[in-house]
Each structure stands twice: as C-alpha cells, then as structure tokens.
Design a protein around this ligand. Sequence first.
Ligand code: MG
Length: 457
Amino acid sequence: MTGQDVVPRLFGTNGVRGVVNTEAMDCRFAMRLGMAIGTFMNGAVIIGSDARTSSEMLKSACAAGMMATGCDVHDCGIVPTPTVQYAVKTDGDVSGGVVITASHNPPEFNGVKCIDRDGTEMARTNEERVEEGFRKQAFRIQPWDRVGHSVSRIDAIADYVEAILALIDRKTIQASDLRVALDCSNGAGANVTPGLLERLGVKCVTLNADLNGAFPGHNSEPTPDNARDLVELVKEGDFDLGIIHDGDADRTIFVDDKGSYMYGDRSLAVAAHYACLDNGGGLVVTTVGSSRCVEDAVAAAGGKVMYTRVGSPVVARAMMEHNAIFGGEENGGLIFPELQYCRDGAMAAARIIEIVAKHGAMSEIQSKIPAYFQFKTKTECSNDMKDIVMRELVANAHGERMDLTDGVKIYFEDGWVLVRPSGTEPIVRIFSEASSSDRATAIAQRFRDQVTQIARG
Ligand code: MG
C-alpha cells in the first residue's frame, strides 16, 4: 500500500488493533464496529475473547452493537481464537464470528477480529464491506421487538478439544510416557491446552496457566526472551518438549528436549515433513518470509512448497484453493486442514507431541533439518518512493531468480533477500537468509544501502 490510498484501512493483517480507551479502541468504537459487523453478517454470530483486562468491556460493547442490528450473539467466553473459528465452521446456523483479541501485543492493546462463515479469518473483500458500513454509519438498526439476544455457548471448548483428540494417535502418545512443560503466557490457551494435554496422556507441568490480562509472567509474544523461563524449566526438569502459546493461542512455539528454542520455521518444517511422509507427498503452503529449511524438509519427504504473500488468511485460502495438506507461517502459526483452515495453537501442540511420540526426541528430529541464518533490518522510505524503489530493485536484479509474490524476493546460490515496503509506516523492510550468519548480514546490508540510496532519489 502507498500514500495514494485515500481511505485508511480499519482492518490490518490480523483484525483491528488499538490501545484501549483511546479513540482507536474504546467501547464506543467497539459498539459502532459491532453495528457494522452485525449489519454485514445479518444472522447469529459466535463471539469469544482472550484474557485481556479490557476484553469483557469491548466484547459487551461489540455484542451490544451486533444485537442492535438484530443478530443473536453466542458467547464462548474466554477461549483461543481457533476455538471460535472451529465453533463457527461446525455450526451451520451462524453467519460468522468475532474474536476480541490483540493476540501477542502488549497488555494495553486490544482488537477485534472477524471470522467468515467457513471459520477462516475474514476475507479482505468482506472486511472492506464492514469498513464501508462503519464509515458511512449505514447500520441496519432494528425496532424493539427484533433486537438480538445473547446466549452462552458453554460447549465450545469441549467440542474443540474432542475434534483435536479425534485426529491424534493417543495410544502411541500414552505409551511414550512423555513429559511436557507448557507456558500459557497467562492467555486464553490456559482454558484449553492443559486439559487437552492431560487427555492426551502426557505428564504436563504448566507455567503462567492462570488467566491474567496484565501478563505478569511475560509479554504474550512467544519470543526467545519471553520463553526464557520455559527454556530453563525444560533444561532443568528433563522434559521431552516445551510448548508456549501467544496470548490468543493461535500460535505455538516449541523448545526441544535439549532446551533449544525452536524458531517458528523449524516447527513448521518438522510438521510439514511428517505431513508429507504420512500423505506420500503433497503440497505445503507458506509465505515468502519462511526459511529455506521448510522447503528442504518438505522435499526430503517427497512434497512441494507453494509460497504466498505474508499473512495467515492468505496462506489459509491458498491451502483451500490448492488442496494443500499443511501450511503455516514462520512465526509459529501452523494450519492443519484436517481440523480447520486457520492457525491453531492447541492442534499444533497435539500434533508435535504426536510426532515426538512416534519418531523420537525433538533434538534428533531437528538435527536432520538444515539450519540457515537470518538477518532483518529496515530503512526509511517515504510512501511515494516505495513503488520507485521496488521497480529499481527489480530492474537492477536482472538475471537472478526472482519472486514478486510479495515485495521483491531475490534468490542467490547460498541464500535470498526479501525486500518489502511496510503497509503502514514510511519504511522498507529487508530480510535475508543464508547458510552463514555473516553472509546473511552482508546480503541484508547491501540491499539496505541500495534501498536507502534509491529512496533518497
Ligand atoms: Mg495470535
């Protein structure tokens, strides 16, 4: 996106986000957005939230707006985002879903995410219709005798857990006597994953498994820094696996039995490898930002990789369209089409535990997947220079293999660079990968200099 866009977007890559009780995310905003969503969805809506301090307030306001337009609201309470998505997908009588969550953002943030009738994150074309209604305040407000009602949907978690269990080989897991350390990050995963792991028959020790919107344990993004306590616990406690969710438990990051933090593309590669082995090949979908290790692991199991633009809804829809067997993002968002077409943190935990039970220690599994080094940097670039920068890069890179799926990705013999203009800020991001750390840094710096030079005219 460039500065030519006159109307600012409401929805970003993962819904609407803002700091609570500022104009961008207060109860008036949530109610007005609820009226726009209700007008668009025009039927029953399933709603749920993460464990943030403001989630109840914003959920009530959003639900009130939807009910004003005649929608019945089915409230799941505090649940992971994929629990709402599963409820929407399996309920033939609802028009969609809403999740009040800011995922991994700091505690002062919250957000609203919309779910389409099929359980996937709302398609951009539908978001545009909600945005238009919001802007024009074109709400289908109903008379007193047609306003919607709110009912509590107490079975959402049980239904979701049963659906995961039905897809997992519990006998093998139970026979393996696995010990798992689980960090729920004080988020919504605490209402699902500890119970799921117990049903799977693993011995589980939990960290930060109480719901607390102040995130006293650590911030809710599963970065290496925030996973420090989990890594220590795994190292000291002789665990087979460490598991950590983000705040709304659509993403999961793993720690292997040696206490090594696994970056998201490592677990993506592991899950993709075994999905391909189990299926005798098949298509795996991921974004252009994923490590080469995913392609290596998939190729070793007879599968193929398809790359998409960045953003999990894009991956999910490409998976549907091309009948992929597995997909995901490099940030720990894994998508299992046998359950549903969205990132699913609890399903990821169950599947990776199953892989360890069947195939042995995660450190051993990991050691067979090549390791690459990555480097991320950025440089300033005004919005009106972004197109020029990208065109120049393409022209200068003539002769090398290129992928223009999202930004410019240029492949070299021993690595690649991905140059993407930010959709929201006057910056261009540069992301590189190579088989050595020095080489990855050198590639990124070379392109950063090049972009800076072009951007200055
Ligand atoms: Mg999330």
